[in-house]
Design a binder for this molecule. Structure first.
Ligand SMILES: Cc1cc2nc3c(=O)[nH]c(=O)nc-3n(C[C@H](O)[C@H](O)[C@H](O)COP(=O)(O)OP(=O)(O)OC[C@H]3O[C@@H](n4cnc5c(N)ncnc54)[C@H](O)[C@@H]3O)c2cc1C
Length: 418
């Protein structure tokens, strides 16, 4: 079978890995580099060239079963990463945070003294412990009632300090969305992620970075065509035709692993219902800047955690800065940072790179949209399917990209049997 996979983020790469075992897969990517690695940047540190992943991605052992299985199958080694964090006001004063103690490959959190030194921080600390311990049970007691995370927190009496100075700043920057969108995330999606182990900060990252991931996952593709973007998919009797600027090509099956908002225009005319559903999914844009400007960091160096969250001056929005020297063992010498959702510009002399991203934002309406999309994808006699981190209800992370490509693998194989 000749299969085209459009898009080479984690969803397209994993679809290509699974389908490439038995089929002739062409991986098509509009960027000049494989999508998952398209924004990485090369730096010189201590006389060596280091590839810095943009964004730097990490995952937790117990929230990413599909990703971890895939990485193991493809021989991608992973290592624990210290993802301890500090939370800081706009003036750089730290009000919350953890350092870590490495034990047996895990990083056990040790709260900063400041967590106990004032009423606000103590309130956050006790609500955080309660949230990690109790929120799953509290969620179950809702008996299926759907609440946003903000509604959930007020229903169960969590403090405003916990919501506005802890959970929402962290969640909005990790998900690169506005504070308002973070508050509107479904409670079950947020709790599903946080209750699965943030307590012990069991984060992992690929040992050799994203380039190793893209090289290994694209191995089974018969061809990788970069700077290639089909403009339209046309259903033929037994085949699917891809129309490019400079020609057309027939395939037996097509997997669309482009983001929902970019997939709409290329889908076949017959997929009108899918297009309506995809257009209902919301996206927000965000920026990631790599730099060496220390003004993004907390006032005191002892609070320079691997991940430092900072509030805006009016505390309504937040930004996150990764201290790359703490998460990349090869990064020595001068401190280099990666800031997500920057609120100010780094100075010109400290600027290294800037990348723009679009990210899906999930809310209470998303569940029904995604259920309906899945039902359509399961209909018989299809030759074109969609996958991507947006396509699974929950938080749009790497795990969702892989798990939806596993669905597609099943549907493609089912279509060959019928
Ligand atoms: C700042 C930031 C930090 C993040 N951190 C983490 C993290 O720590 N852990 C985690 O699990 N997740 C993280 N994520 C989320 C994760 O990166 C995404 O969920 C994941 O990359 C999405 O993968 P995807 O394959 O669904 O989509 P994408 O990565 O968007 O891939 C889609 C690809 O399709 C290509 N494309 C689009 N249209 C066409 C076309 N017509 N023809 C050919 N190609 C096309 C695009 O160029 C792109 O390469 C982070 C995201 C951001 C922005």
């Amino acid at each position: 079978m000749k299969i085209a996979v459009i898009g080479s983020g984690i969803a397209g790469l994993s679809a290509s890995w699974y389908l490439g075992k038995e089929h002739e897969v062409s991986l098509l990517e509009k960027h000049p580099l494989v999508g998952m690695d398209a924004h990485g940047t090369d730096l010189f540190s201590n006389g060596h060239s280091i590839r810095v992943d943009v964004p730097f991605r990490a995952f937790k052992r117990n929230y990413y079963p599909c990703l971890l299985d895939l990485y193991q199958e493809a021989g991608i080694e992973v290592r624990p990463v210290d993802y301890s964090f500090s939370l800081n006001y706009g003036d750089g004063t730290t009000y919350f945070g953890f350092s870590t103690l490495g034990i047996g490959g895990n990083f056990v959190p040790i709260p900063y003294w400041v967590c106990f030194s004032n009423k606000t921080s103590r309130r956050i600390f006790s609500d955080a412990i309660r949230f990690y311990e109790e929120s799953e049970k509290e969620l179950q007691s809702l008996d299926g009632e759907q609440l946003t995370i903000s509604q959930f927190l007020s229903r169960f009496g969590y403090s405003v300090e916990f919501e506005d100075l802890y959970l929402i700043p962290m969640f909005s920057t990790i998900n690169t969305c506005t504070s308002e969108s973070a508050k509107n995330y479904p409670a079950d999606a947020v709790i599903g992620y946080h209750s699965s182990g943030l307590k012990f900060l069991r984060f992992l990252t690929p040992e050799k970075g994203t380039r190793d991931v893209t090289e290994k996952l694209s191995k089974r593709a018969s061809s990788i065509r970069l700077s290639t973007d089909p403009k339209k998919i046309v259903l033929e009797k037994d085949k699917v035709k891809l129309i490019f600027d400079n020609g057309e090509e027939l395939f037996d099956r097509v997997v669309v692993a482009a983001p929902a908002n970019q997939a709409i225009s290329i889908l076949p005319d017959e997929y009108s219902r899918e297009k309506v559903l995809l257009s209902k999914l919301k996206y927000e844009t965000s920026e990631v800047v790599v730099h060496s400007d220390e003004k993004f960091m907390p006032k005191h160096k002892r609070h320079w955690a691997p991940m430092c969250f900072s509030l805006s001056q009016d505390s309504s929005t937040a930004t996150a800065t990764i201290l790359l020297n703490k998460v990349l063992p090869s990064m020595k010498g001068k401190a280099v940072f990666q800031t997500w959702n920057p609120l100010v510009e780094p100075s010109e002399k400290d600027f290294i790179s800037r990348s723009k991203f679009e990210r899906p934002v999930i809310d209470l309406a998303s569940r029904k949209i995604l259920e309906e999309l899945k039902e359509l994808q399961e209909l018989p006699d299809r030759k074109v399917w969609l996958c991507g981190s947006y396509a699974r209800y929950g938080i749009p992370l790497l795990e969702a990209g892989v798990s939806t490509s596993l669905d597609v693998k099943r549907w493609v194989e089912g279509s060959l049997r019928s």
